[in-house]
Design a protein around this ligand. Structure first.
Ligand code: CA
Ligand code: CA
Ligand code: CA
Length: 554
């Protein structure tokens, strides 16, 4: 090398020198928090697509299931649609969310189901009399269900409209099953059938029990396994390449129309090999496309395999953490230490814990049964700790708290409740903390360094140092009913820490401490926009960074 060139190379190296990278994940989608709507139950923005006369003898609109004391559940369609979601994009964005997860959009049967067990108040695993208002009973996965679009608002126009308002769209997808497929007194149209893009029938359960199917001789049975899986739902054959082709084609279509991410229903009811191939097919057209699955199991060891790179690098809903979240926030005497045990920040079972989608309840379980303070504490944790927060519609006002399916969990929310939401303390505090997360890269994707998880107190750092951003956030959570003065000195770097939620900045000298005053059921967040330099902090961050992913896959 000539001396001149050598000198240039040195100068270049010096100008490019930057602080070491520290981050939990670099996946862009992880910056967003997710608001989950069951579309039919959110807002009826267009009565002209309600199809109130649909179904004949097995009508589909507004089928109440009465409960005690005038309470009611409903198993019919209630009119919610794309327009109802888009009309409220500003409400959702304003609360601090960056994405909306909507229930499946594909065509579902046009009658109420007549098989299975009758739905009564509080029933579980019962489907008789129920309709596909929830979207999980697909019959043609290439076609929109007629209840969702409006004039000039098909799915592509819906995603465009959402993007314009700063919201990404997470599409809920199903490949494991179609609709209820057997146990009907008389076979009903569409139930147990699958149609292709051109509307041609390609699979038909023919109201037969799974073990009566004859895939060898009957081509219409080949789409299905000849054994039961979930209730009376058809059980799609994940070993049949035509099944993979069908679903990869369908969901590629919706991704091309602007879906930004997928939430995958019942992921653990199909093989990891199916999902590996599925993910490769989608990402061939949409590099880095984010997906997270539902494996309904509270053991991290049972579900973690679905996140591994060799199984498609698909993230998951964080069921193990969810269990500890409700344990903690439903019971005032709980201890934060129980939550800390489920974070798996180092050498854990997941591909990457920072990509897990964190939540405390949804449509398939009882809503959290907490006080307003419990919801506020839960949100303060959810939006500051590691992971991608997902909040089920209505939780911003404690809607139907404690209610399971068929006890009101999925009840209609509506425009009036949305208009009244700003009066709720839960809403006000959620808006505050969610907007803070939306502003701070450290809270979105930063490494998480726990300091203390004990009793009503959780103290931790989030650190994001990448692409010119150097941010440390110190989070102090107090879920108790009394204000607390909390001194923090562990790993605390010198500098001026700004109080992100109001109040005075704290100037910390080398080796000094910071005194945080945290009100009852409140959170304090201090931010230092500087690269990590303190020796013991740098050591801890280096370990967290090196050990954040599953040991087998580093
Ligand atoms: Ca409607
Ligand atoms: Ca339909
Ligand atoms: Ca299955």
């Amino acid at each position: 090398m000539k001396p001149l060139a050598f000198g240039l190379a040195l100068a270049l190296a010096a100008s490019q020198a930057h602080a070491t990278d520290y981050y939990g994940t670099d996946k862009p989608f992880a910056s967003n928090a997710i608001y989950f709507v069951m579309t039919d139950r959110f807002v009826n923005g267009d009565p002209s697509n309600d199809h109130r006369d649909q179904g004949g003898a097995h009508r589909t609109f507004d089928i109440p299931v009465p409960g005690p004391n005038g309470e009611t559940d409903n198993i019919g369609y209630l009119g919610g649609d794309f327009k109802g979601v888009l009309d409220n994009a500003g409400y959702i964005r304003g609360m601090g969310f960056g994405a909306v997860w909507i229930t499946p959009i594909v065509d579902n049967p046009d009658e109420a189901f007549t098989g299975g067990d009758p739905v009564t108040w509080g029933a579980k695993f019962a489907d008789r009399g129920k309709t596909g208002f929830h979207g999980y009973w697909g019959v043609n996965f290439y076609k929109l269900d007629e209840h969702l679009p409006s004039k000039n608002l098909d799915f592509a126009q819906f995603t465009q409209g959402m993007h314009k308002q700063g919201l990404k769209v997470v599409l809920d997808i199903v490949a494991n099953h179609g609709s209820p497929a057997f146990s009907m007194p008389v076979a009903q149209p569409q139930f147990g059938q699958i149609f292709d893009k051109d509307g041609k029938l390609i699979a038909d359960h023919q109201n037969l029990r799974p073990e009566q199917l004859d895939p060898v001789r009957n081509p219409l049975h080949r789409f299905y396994h000849a054994y039961e899986d979930l209730a009376q739902l058809s059980n799609n054959n994940d070993e049949n390449p035509e099944v993979l082709d069908y679903f990869a084609g369908a969901y590629e279509q919706w991704a091309s129309q602007g879906a930004d991410a997928f939430r995958i229903d019942t992921i653990s009811h199909m093989s990891p090999n199916f999902w590996l191939q599925f993910a490769e097919r989608i990402r061939a057209h949409h590099p880095g496309f984010f997906m997270f699955g539902e494996a309904f199991d509270y053991s991290a060891d049972n579900i973690a395999q679905y996140t591994w790179k060799r199984n498609g690098d698909i993230s998951l809903l964080d069921f193990p953490l969810r269990q500890r979240m409700t344990d903690t926030f439903e019971k005032p005497k709980s201890d934060f230490v129980r939550i800390g045990e489920r974070l798996y920040l180092r050498n854990g079972p997941y591909q990457n814990p920072y990509e897990m989608v964190t939540f405390y309840d949804n449509h398939d379980m009882a809503r959290m049964n907490a006080t307003d303070d419990g919801f506020i504490d839960a949100h303060n944790f959810l939006f500051t700790a590691r992971g991608i927060p997902a909040v089920y519609y209505g939780s911003e006002v404690g809607f139907e708290r404690g209610r399971a399916e068929h006890e009101g969990n999925r009840n209609y929310f509506g425009q009036e409740r949305i208009a009244a939401a700003p009066k709720s303390r839960i809403y006000q505090q959620l808006k505050r903390i969610a907007n803070l997360r939306a502003k701070l890269p450290a809270l979105q994707r930063g490494l998480m360094l726990p300091v203390r998880f004990e009793g009503d107190l959780a103290v931790f750092y989030r650190v994001y140092q990448k692409d010119g951003v150097n941010q440390q956030a110190l989070v102090v959570l107090n879920k108790g009913g009394q204000a607390k003065d909390v001194g923090v000195s562990e790993h605390l770097q010198e500098g001026t820490w700004k109080s992100a939620l109001g109040g005075k900045s704290a100037t910390v000298a080398a080796g000094g401490s910071l005194q945080a005053h945290v009100g009852p059921h409140d959170v304090a967040v201090y931010v230092l926009d500087a690269p990590a330099t303190r020796t013991d902090l740098v050591e801890e961050l280096g370990r967290l960074m090196a050990e954040r992913e599953h040991p087998s896959f580093r």
